[in-house]
Design a protein around this ligand. Structure first.
Ligand SMILES: C[S@@+](CC[C@H](N)C(=O)[O-])C[C@H]1O[C@@H](n2cnc3c(N)ncnc32)[C@H](O)[C@@H]1O
Length: 258
């Protein structure tokens, strides 16, 4: 695919996700894929402070995560740059508030959210510090940012992603994962104190994360059982310092610096 500069990246992401919207709906239609996503969501939601009410999901896509947020925190807001992705969201989560906008220019009053989630959207943008600064501004002073982004600490994963993002029409070549150090530094530059960094997803990520790409996996007998087993194994792998480099994603929790 073509590498886009910052100025036309928004248009490129809109175009890319126009084509991806039906694929995401398809991806989440398999039980084993849903099991994995639900575990991932539970990991992220576990960091929501008690009493949080006003929740924003930045880059909510087709709304599978937003549906879970809205069930726990009615009135959650989902924002995405892609109208086509949000059309799927509006079917999944009819009760949520959906906003079509660019996360690099958020249309909200400062301090109006208790929690901002961002699952896999930061790496689609080019001005990372700007994006994160917007998150900080839209949070109240003791609010929380909870993100999960592709992690490139492992050179093998970094290389595989580079090739995939370059070759596949389902990615933009300019999108990139983050190293642990790199994403922590970005958060700090945007005015966050990082309170938690944790790797997420190894075997279950590959096995159950993309049945739209690895179609054969949906025919594997017992794929839901295998996914559950891999989720358990991944948790152990990601908790062991020497092995956690194998994690495909990195979960980061940050609080606005006072
Ligand atoms: C990898 S998808 C993740 C979607 C969803 N969070 C999920 O986990 O299924 C990334 C999403 O970010 C959105 N996105 C990309 N750039 C964006 C931007 N500048 N502002 C808002 N959303 C953006 C895309 O349209 C897409 O829906």
């Amino acid at each position: 695919m073509v590498r886009h500069g910052a100025s036309d990246n928004a248009a490129a992401q809109i175009e890319l996700h126009k084509k991806l919207a039906p694929r995401y709906a398809y991806r989440y239609s398999f039980e084993f894929s849903r099991l994995f996503q639900q575990d991932w969501h539970a990991e992220m939601i576990s960091h929501v402070p008690a009493g949080s009410k006003r929740i924003l999901d930045l880059g909510c896509g087709t709304g599978f995560f937003l549906a879970e947020l809205d069930a726990r925190h009615p009135g959650s807001v989902g924002l995405d740059i892609s109208h086509e992705m949000l059309l799927v969201s509006s079917e999944y989560v009819p009760s949520a508030r959906l906003v079509t906008a660019n996360a690099e220019k958020l249309p909200f009053q400062p301090g109006c959210f208790d929690v901002v989630f961002c699952k896999g959207s930061l790496h689609h943008t080019r001005d990372h510090v700007g994006f994160l600064s917007n998150c900080r501004e839209s949070l109240r002073r003791d609010g929380v940012l909870i993100m999960s982004e592709p992690c490139n600490d492992n050179p093998v994963i970094r290389l595989a992603r580079k090739i995939l993002y370059k070759r596949s029409q389902h990615f933009d070549e300019g999108d990139e994962g983050f190293t642990r150090k790199g994403i922590v530094r970005l958060c700090e530059r945007a005015g966050f104190d990082v309170t938690l960094v944790r790797k997420y997803g190894v075997l279950a990520y590959v096995f159950a994360g993309f049945p739209d790409h690895l179609g054969v996996l949906r025919y594997v007998p017992g794929n839901a059982w295998i996914t559950r087993m891999f989720i358990g194994l991944d948790r152990m792998i990601c908790a062991i310092p020497g092995l956690s480099i194998m994690g495909f994603h990195i979960v980061i929790v940050g609080k606005p610096r006072s």
